[in-house]
Structure formats: structure tokens, C-alpha cells
Design a protein around this ligand. Structure first.
Ligand code: UDP
Length: 485
């Protein structure tokens, strides 16, 4: 029976300010941390950029989810959002520009103005900033407040970022297109399986001093100045990498999978209803009743997260692949995910539409965690975003991975080669491959995939259960926060 605790933080409770970069995956996991802290009696201020804040708050469930915590408050800073982004390169360049020119000064202004000082919850006693926001560490140092760096991506990707200089010195980067399958030996713990194509997408550059590479390298090294580090992962799956990272960052707390840790704490400490993800998109829940009507483990859930964009050609290859596989599918087609929209309808073949009506369902955005845990879902065709990967691990659902950018390239390699819970379709989007890999996941290779998937799901749940590694680390984090108050 859950013990219902007061949601009002005790007098003189710490006040933590949480600051993600303005992207769905980052906001999502940092909001989970915010909710965890609120449930643990900590005051929390969550800083969003203006546009994301308006989008988030336009959804009633976000308001009710956080409105129930008297110690919780949203704050906003300007974002300088640009009107049109049409490629992954534009996306990153635009983000770096905005971080430097708008978000950084806005954050400093927020912390140094009187806006937060008059707060009835007391002054901010600790900052938890996204791991790539080194300027937050500077502001915290100026104000004499400890700053904790939070990595929302996989530890294996953080470790590659750490090794950037070594990759350059060893001549591993830049690499030629024909060298994509060459093994890379300069990243310890990954020598036997890391190929050029598995490096995070930023490394696919001819210019090793490109702004993106420089950004991750500088920010990763700079974040060493943080008082402690958090990663949304768990020890059992990334142990060798974590021990490498801990030799640089001794106060490294793994507190993942955060979605599972939060579910556990919710069920232990309160009788609050379990709420969904905090999304920047409106969830279409009609897919849940469609799933209710499908046989057990029969459906492939297809979603490429909040950032990935597909070309018309890729879109059709995926669609044909899904239809030709003959499996049922639930496909999230974000309205802003298709790169070219012109004349779309006239190209759609009647056979695709008919097959989709018969055994498919499409939505703009789904309640993903609930979908993955629905008994009808048997596989996940994913872009290998880190949140999606963790959510799939916890739900025990095998994956077909089609990574798009950032850490997704290395995540999908770990999924297929190290954890063996999925199949990697990297750089190979054609209808035959899609069809074959979906068949492998749902049938031909299912047994072996399900063995590892079951094992990893168990490990994930153990890590967040009382006295599991992430649960213990979360307690250590609370102690750290309380001491710095
Ligand atoms: N998500 C969702 N509904 C969808 C698609 C995604 O709720 O239809 C959530 C998903 O559960 C995950 C997040 O959006 O928590 C996506 O984060 P991820 O790191 O996987 O990818 P990104 O969006 O950062 O590329």
C-alpha cells in the first residue's frame, strides 16, 4: 500500500534549479528528475526557453502533473527560435548559435536578477544543468552555488566525446566514406565493435575543427568542473564505460532508467495518479484503444522521436517495408518530420493506404511509454534516441534501430552488438531491409532477442528497486543536495 506523503516541502528544504537544453528528449528526462525531487521534498525551479514553455503548458496534463507540487515552479528565458530548419546540420548550428547568443545571457540574467531572490522557497541552493551547458557552471561558480552536470544521453556516447582528441591524434577521424566499416581502436572498451559508422553523427565531418565537434569536445571537458555528474543510465549495462568515466568524474551518479525510478518512487511515496510524459506535442490517445483490439505482441510500434526528419524517399521506403512485412504497425508520423511536403498525396499508392487501413494505425504523437508497455506491442522500430532506448529496455521490447543523429549511432551499435536486444539498420533505409529486419525482430530472430531483452528489463527494474544501484545513487544525490543547502 502506498504511503501518502505531504507534497509541501519542509521548511528550509533545498531549492534546486534544473536547466535542460531546449529539446524534447532533454526536457523530458529532466522533468522526470524534477518530479522525483519534488516527491522527495525538494523545492524545484525548472527553467525552459519561452517557446517550449508555452508548448508544454498548452497541455493540461503537464499543468496538473506539476500543479500538484507546491514546491515546484517553472521559469522561462528567451530562446531566439528560428523560423525554418530543414536539415540536421541546420538544427545543430541553430542550437549552438542560440545557446551562445540568447540562452546563455538569458540564464545569467535570470540567476543574477532579483527574479529568483524574492522566491518564498528560499534562494537557489544547487543547480542541475544539462551536461552541455558549461556556462551554467560559470554562473553557479560566480554565485557560490554548486552545479551538478546532467547527461541525458548514454554513457557510451559521453565516453566517445571524452575521447575526441584521441580520435584525432590516432587519425581515426576524419574518415572517408569508404572507410565506414573500419574498426576504431582509440576508444577504450569499444575496440572490438566500434566502426567509423557507429561514431556519433557529429564525427561524420571532413573538418575535425568543425563547430559541432568543437562544441561537444569543449563542453565534455569543461563539465569536469561540475561538483558532481548525473547520467540517465544504469550500472549493469554500461559498467566498463562508467568505470572509465568515474576515473575522471569521481562523483558520478547513475540514476536511470529515470522513467522506471520515477514510477517506483511514485508508487512508494504517494497515491498520485501516474502521469504521462511531458510532451511538446499533443498526445493522440486513440491509438491505445486501437492497440486494445490487436492480438498480443502482434504490433510493431514505429517512432523516430521528436527531432528526426525523413525525406519523402525514406518515408516511402519505410512505409513499403512496414506494409510488405505483413505485420501490424502503429506509426507515429510527427507532422513536422517530413522534409519535403509538396504534392505529397498524389504519390501515395492505393495499396499502401489500403494496407494501412487494414493493419496499421498512424498518429501525430503517441503516449510512448504506455504504448511500449501495452501487451499488443511486440517490437519497436526506433531512431535509438536514448530515452526511447531506455523506455524500450524497461518494457522488454526488442528494437529495429534506424539512428538519425547525435548519440543514436552509438546507441544502436550497443543495442545490436553489446546488449543484443535489437537489430541495427544504420545507413540503410530501403524497403527490403525494413521488411527483413522487422520479420527478424518479430519472428526469425525473436527467440534470441527476447532472451537478452528479458534479462536487460530485469536488470533495469532491479537497478531502480530499493537498494538497487540507481536507487542508492539517487539517495546519494539527495544527500549531496541537502548538504549543499
Ligand atoms: N515520445 C512520446 N511520444 C511519441 C514519440 C516520442 O512520448 O510519439 C517521447 C518518448 O517517450 C521519449 C521522447 O519523446 O521519452 C523522445 O526522446 P528520445 O531521447 O528517444 O529522442 P529525441 O526526441 O531526443 O530524438
Amino acid at each position: 500500500m502506498a504511503e501518502t506523503k505531504s507534497l509541501i516541502p519542509p521548511a528550509a528544504a533545498p531549492h534546486v534549479l534544473i536547466f535542460p537544453i531546449p529539446a524534447q528528449g532533454h526536457i523530458n528526462s529532466m522533468l522526470k528528475l524534477a518530479e522525483l525531487l519534488c516527491l522527495s521534498g525538494i523545492n524545484v525551479t525548472f527553467v525552459n526557453t519561452q517557446q517550449n514553455h508555452s508548448r508544454l503548458l498548452s497541455f493540461a496534463d503537464v499543468q496538473s502533473r506539476f500543479g500538484q507540487f507546491p514546491g515546484f515552479c517553472f521559469e522561462t528565458i528567451p530562446d531566439g527560435v528560428s523560423a525554418s530548419i530543414s536539415s540536421p546540420e541546420d538544427l545543430l548550428t541553430d542550437l549552438f548559435d542560440r545557446l551562445k547568443n540568447v540562452i546563455k545571457p538569458g540564464f545569467r540574467e535570470l540567476l543574477t536578477s532579483n527574479r529568483l531572490n524574492s522566491d518564498a522557497r528560499g534562494p537557489v541552493s544547487c543547480i542541475i544543468a544539462d551536461g552541455v551547458l558549461g556556462f551554467a557552471i560559470d554562473v553557479a561558480e560566480d554565485l557560490g552555488i554548486p552545479c551538478i552536470s546532467f547527461r541525458t544521453i548514454s554513457a557510451c556516447c559521453v565516453w566517445i566525446f571524452f575521447c575526441t582528441q584521441k580520435l584525432v591524434e590516432n587519425g581515426d577521424i576524419p574518415f572517408k566514406d569508404e572507410d565506414m566499416d573500419r574498426l576504431i581502436t582509440s576508444v577504450p572498451e569499444m575496440e572490438s565493435f566500434l566502426r567509423c559508422r557507429d561514431l556519433p553523427s557529429l564525427y561524420r565531418t571532413k573538418d575535425v575543427s568543425s563547430p559541432s565537434l568543437d562544441f561537444v569536445n569543449t563542453e565534455t571537458l569543461y563539465s569536469g568542473r561540475a561538483a558532481a555528474h548525473l547520467i540517465n543510465t544504469f550500472d549493469d549495462i554500461e559498467a566498463p564505460i562508467l568505470s572509465q568515466l568515474r576515473s575522471y568524474w569521481p562523483y558520478l551518479y547513475t540514476i536511470g532508467p529515470l522513467n522506471a525510478l520515477l514510477d517506483n518512487l511514485r508508487s512508494r511515496t504517494s497515491s498520485l495518479p501516474v502521469s504521462s510524459n511531458a510532451s511538446l506535442y499533443a498526445e493522440d490517445r486513440s491509438c491505445m484503444s486501437w492497440l486494445d483490439r490487436q492480438p498480443e505482441k502482434s504490433v510493431v510500434y514505429v517512432s523516430f522521436g521528436s527531432i528526426a526528419m525523413v525525406s519523402r524517399e525514406q518515408w516511402f521506403e519505410i512505409w513499403y517495408g512496414l506494409v510488405n512485412s505483413s505485420y501490424r504497425f502503429l506509426w507515429v508520423r510527427r507532422p513536422d518530420s517530413l522534409i519535403t511536403k509538396d504534392d505529397e498525396e498524389s504519390h501515395i499508392q492505393a495499396e499502401l493506404v489500403d494496407a494501412t487501413k487494414e493493419r496499421g494505425y498512424t498518429v501525430d504523437w503517441a503516449p510512448q511509454e504506455e504504448v511500449l508497455n501495452h501487451p499488443a506491442v511486440g517490437g519497436f522500430f526506433t531512431h535509438s534516441g536514448w530515452n526511447s532506448t531506455l523506455e524500450s529496455m524497461v518494457a522488454g521490447v526488442p528494437m529495429v534501430c534506424w539512428p538519425y543523429l547525435g548519440d543514436q549511432q552509438i546507441n544502436s551499435r550497443y543495442v545490436s552488438e553489446v546488449w543484443k536486444i535489437g537489430l541495427d539498420m544504420k545507413d540503410n533505409c530501403n524497403r527490403v531491409t525494413v521488411e527483413n529486419l522487422i520479420r527478424d525482430m518479430m519472428n526469425d530472430k525473436r527467440e534470441e532477442l527476447m532472451q537478452s531483452t528479458g534479462k536487460i528489463a530485469k536488470m533495469a527494474r532491479k537497478s531502480v528497486s530499493p537498494d538497487g544501484s540507481s536507487d542508492r545513487n539517487y539517495e546519494a544525490l539527495l544527500e549531496f543536495i541537502r548538504k549543499s543547502c
